[in-house]
Design a protein around this ligand. Structure first.
Ligand SMILES: [Mn+2]
Length: 303
C-alpha cells in the first residue's frame, strides 16, 4: 500500500479502471473527469442549512457507514460545510488497505460540493493527522485548517476543532488510547454483525455499540469529562461555544455558559450537526431520517 501522501501527486492518464470490489486509489484525486460509482440520487430540492458539520467518518474501515453518508449528502446541502476530522482513517489503512467504491463516492461528493460553491473547511483529526501538514492550503476548493472560528447567523462565535487535542488531559496514559482503539474496533465488528442480522429481518438500523457505551459507567464519565474540558478551554479563549467530534457522541449542551456541540460520527450514530438560517443548532440522526422516509405514513396505509 502506498503512503497516503504519495496519493496526493497528480495522476497521469485519468481514471483508473476499477476491478472488483476495491478501487484504485489513483482515481481518488481525479474528480474533474470521474463519475461516482453510485450516481447521485436525483432529489428535486435538497434540504438546505446554513452550516453542516460532520466528523469521524473513518473512511478506509469496515465500520464506516458510507452508504448512509452518501444518502445524507444526496439529500442535504448547505452554504458552509465543516469536515471536523477523522474523515479518512489513516491508522487503519496503514494496517490493512480497505477502500471500497462507496468510500470513493463519499470523497467524490465532498469534492463536488466544493466545486458547486459550498464553502468547505477540513480540519484533520488524529486518524487523518497526515493531512495536518497541509494546514493553510486549499485542496480542490477545500480549505485545510488546524481549527476555525465559525460565526453563527445570530452572531455567536464557535471554535471548531477535532478534539483529540484534549486526549493528554482526559486520558492519563497515552497507551490507554490505543487499548481503547483496539477494544473499539472489536466492538465495531460485533456491531456490524448485529446490524447485518437486523437488516436481514427488515429491522431498522440500531447501534449496539452506542447502547453498550451508554451503559458503561466509565465511558459515561470519560465523555462528560471530555465535554467539560473542551468547553472550559473554549471559554478561556473567549468564544461563545465549541464544535468538535472525536468521541463519537453527538451532543448539544450548555456547560457553564459555553455552548458545547459534538457532531457525532458515521460509525455508530450517523449524525450531523446543522445550523439553521436563524442560527438554531440541531443534531440530525440520519438513521432515524431514513427510517422515517421508508415507513409508510398512516394515510398511505389507509389508501
Ligand atoms: Mn479522533
Amino acid at each position: 500500500m502506498p503512503p497516503i501522501a504519495a496519493t496526493l501527486a497528480p495522476v497521469a492518464g485519468g481514471i483508473a479502471p476499477t476491478t472488483g470490489h476495491l478501487v484504485d486509489v489513483a482515481d481518488l484525486f481525479d474528480f474533474t473527469h470521474s463519475r461516482p460509482h453510485r450516481p447521485e440520487e436525483p432529489v428535486g430540492e435538497r434540504r438546505r442549512y446554513r452550516t453542516v458539520w460532520i466528523s469521524d467518518v473513518h473512511l478506509g474501515t469496515r465500520g464506516c457507514n458510507a452508504d448512509m453518508l452518501i444518502d445524507f449528502l444526496d439529500h442535504v446541502d448547505s452554504d458552509t460545510m465543516y469536515l471536523v476530522g477523522d474523515i479518512v482513517d489513516g491508522w487503519q489503512l496503514k494496517k490493512r488497505f480497505y477502500w471500497p467504491a462507496a468510500h470513493n463516492d463519499v470523497i467524490w461528493r465532498l469534492m463536488k460540493r466544493a466545486r458547486r460553491g459550498t464553502r468547505m473547511i477540513y480540519i484533520p483529526g488524529n486518524h487523518d493527522e497526515m493531512f495536518r501538514q497541509f494546514a493553510g492550503l486549499d485542496f480542490g476548493g477545500i480549505k485545510i485548517r488546524r481549527k476555525a472560528v465559525h460565526e453563527t447567523a445570530d452572531g455567536r462565535r464557535l471554535l471548531v476543532l477535532h478534539g483529540d487535542e484534549f486526549d493528554a488531559i482526559t486520558l492519563s496514559h497515552r497507551w490507554l488510547a490505543h487499548v481503547g482503539d483496539a477494544a473499539y474496533t472489536a466492538l465495531m465488528t460485533l456491531n456490524r454483525a448485529v446490524s447485518a442480522v437486523r437488516r436481514k429481518f427488515g429491522m431498522p438500523y440500531w447501534s449496539l455499540s452506542k447502547h453498550a457505551k451508554a451503559k458503561v459507567k466509565n465511558a459515561v464519565a470519560f465523555i462528560s469529562r471530555f465535554e467539560e474540558i473542551v468547553a472550559e478551554a473554549a471559554g478561556d479563549r473567549g468564544v461563545d461555544g465549541v464544535v468538535c467530534g472525536h468521541i463519537h457522541t453527538a451532543e448539544i449542551r450548555d456547560i457553564a455558559g459555553v455552548a458545547y456541540y459534538n457532531d457525532g460520527d458515521w460509525v455508530e450514530g450517523c449524525n450531523a450537526l446543522v445550523e439553521h438560517f436563524d442560527g438554531t443548532m440541531e443534531i440530525l440522526n440520519w438513521g432515524d431520517e431514513i427510517a422515517r422516509r421508508e415507513t409508510p405514513t398512516v394515510t398511505a396505509l389507509a389508501a
